[in-house]
Design a protein around this ligand. Structure first.
Ligand code: ADP
Ligand code: MG
Length: 476
């Protein structure tokens, strides 16, 4: 019986132990129990529970200790991460032990569990069940989001080229691919395009795509159901893992920890990972340092805010897809006016097309201006730093001049930082310009304030709420 095969303990023992001398002596059993007990201290509670607890002593022969785990995946993982240390711990107690052999015995874990639990079907030992589970974990790809419908321009050229490389390369060209940029600029579109193209080109590969939010939801669900093994097995068995909007797990420590291990396991196996976020790895403040630095190991590609040319290109491509009769002047007008993001731009186009459909009128520049009145007004309205300072002072009930003063008391310094943050977010002013408006402060002070508030918004829901309320008052 090879160490790869899976069978019951009884069948395994029968073959293995024809020669009774393979059975561990009482002394070896005591030694193993001691070592096993110490693994928790050595590697920590989480690792112990996830990986090392099921280790079961099976045999001892010719200086070899043979221990079993229930799955191949666990065996490989323990082999590469913990086996050397475990052997060392054994050898310290008995120098005759020179080798640790980890074998797969499916029911090793069952034998260790209560009768009732042992009777439950074991999901993680069935490949089909894992595949099915993956299907559930993954979100479907939107058929509209393909490479064909993605318009390339200067702001997204790098991200697009990197995404294409992943499809074209026979192996993993860089790991991970990290795509970042503001909302509605095409990150999700690109990820779906990668996923769909992968599935088409390599139907045998397991490609999963999910949002970081869904990852967290599944993680918590598995924790509650005490079914972490299936969760780990499922994620570690994929060929391509795509996780959208990773900023969502900012401040969620346990989820980050789990993701970090999943990430490492897949990178170790040379599996492709694609991640998106609204910021560069170094700016994801709610993420642990080690995770942030690992995210930047591969290729980091940004998507810049759109340019007029790109917006026009997207509108033209949309016009063709919709097969709608829209004058060039209307597209040019929209490309000029709706600059916030592509999602809004598409929304504006859809609205005028729908309006023309319903009213059975031709689309003209006039009808466009009419239909989009509210949207265009919002875009024409420019928020000023003065307005922001006034609203923030009002909200926190401090004097307006404290926005400019040198006072450092927390009750005025914090609102001032919030105002600087909003100025950066809601206006096109540069950091030095903002600094000047706040009593001639240095641009590094503004930068610090922006980061500080971002950090606080993750940790402190009160601040996050304050910022949201003020933002609404300013933009609504
Ligand atoms: P993000 O995930 O960055 O917030 P999305 O990928 O959801 O943004 O994009 C928002 C909308 O804009 C989608 O409908 C998408 O198809 C469209 N879009 C964004 N960039 C492009 C592009 N370069 N070409 C075509 N459509 C785009
Ligand atoms: Mg998105």
């Amino acid at each position: 019986m090879s160490s790869e095969s899976v069978g019951t303990v009884a069948a395994f023992k029968k073959e293995r132990f024809q020669n009774d001398s393979y059975l561990p002596t009482q002394e070896i059993m005591d030694l193993w129990n001691q070592v096993h007990g110490e693994l928790r201290n050595e590697f920590g509670e989480a690792v112990f529970r996830s990986w090392l607890k099921p280790l079961t002593l099976q045999a001892a022969y010719h200086g070899t200790l043979e221990v079993s785990v229930p799955t191949r995946f666990m065996r490989d993982w323990i082999q590469s991460h913990y086996a050397a240390k475990i052997l060392e711990m054994c050898t310290q107690r008995n120098p005759d032990i020179r080798r640790l052999e980890i074998v797969v015995v499916q029911s090793a874990m069952m034998a260790d569990q209560s009768q009732e639990e042992a009777q439950k079907p074991k999901a993680n030992q069935n490949v089909n069940v894992v595949a099915q589970e993956l299907q559930e974990l993954s979100s479907p790809f939107d058929p509209r989001f393909t490479f064909d419908t993605f318009v390339i321009g200067k702001p997204n050229a790098l991200a697009h080229a990197a995404a294409s490389r992943i499809i074209e390369s026979a192996n993993v060209p860089f790991n991970p691919l990290f795509i970042y940029g503001g909302v509605g600029l095409g990150k999700t579109h690109l990820m779906h395009a990668i996923g769909a193209a992968m599935r088409q080109k390599y139907p045998e590969k397991r490609v999963i795509y999910l949002s970081a939010e869904k990852f967290m939801y599944q993680f918590v669900k598995s924790l509650r159901a005490k079914d972490m093994m299936s969760f780990k097995e499922a994620f570690r068995s994929v060929d391509v893992l795509m996780m959208d909007d990773i900023q969502f797990i900012s401040g969620k420590e346990q989820t980050q920890e789990e993701f970090f291990h999943t990430f490492n396991a897949l990178v170790d196996q040379n599996k492709q990972i694609v991640i998106s976020a609204d910021k560069a790895p170094s700016d994801l403040l709610g993420l642990e340092e080690r995770l942030r630095s690992r995210l930047a190991w591969g290729l980091v590609a940004d998507i810049q805010p759109s340019t007029y040319d790109l917006r026009l290109g997207i509108l033209e491509s949309k016009r063709t897809l919709l097969n709608a009769n829209i004058p060039d002047a209307v597209l040019e007008f929209l490309a000029l006016k709706v600059t916030s993001n592509i999602r809004e731009l598409e929304g504006a186009l859809n609205r005028i097309v729908a309006h023309a459909d319903v009213t059975k009128q031709l689309i003209t520049l006039e009808s466009t201006q009419d239909v989009l009145q509210d949207l265009l007004r919002a875009h024409d309205r420019r928020i000023t730093i003065d307005e922001i300072q006034r609203k923030v002072a009002e909200h926190y009930n401090i004097r307006l001049q404290d926005m400019h003063s040198a006072r450092r008391a927390r009750n005025v310094a914090r609102p001032r930082q919030v105002a600087m943050y909003l100025a950066k977010q809601l206006t096109a002013r540069s950091l030095p310009e903002i600094g000047r408006k706040f009593g001639g402060r240095d641009h590094t002070t503004v930068m610090h304030a922006v980061r500080k508030v971002e950090e606080l918004m993750v940790e402190d829901t009160q601040i996050a709420q304050d910022v949201e309320i003020i933002r609404r008052a300013l933009t609504g």
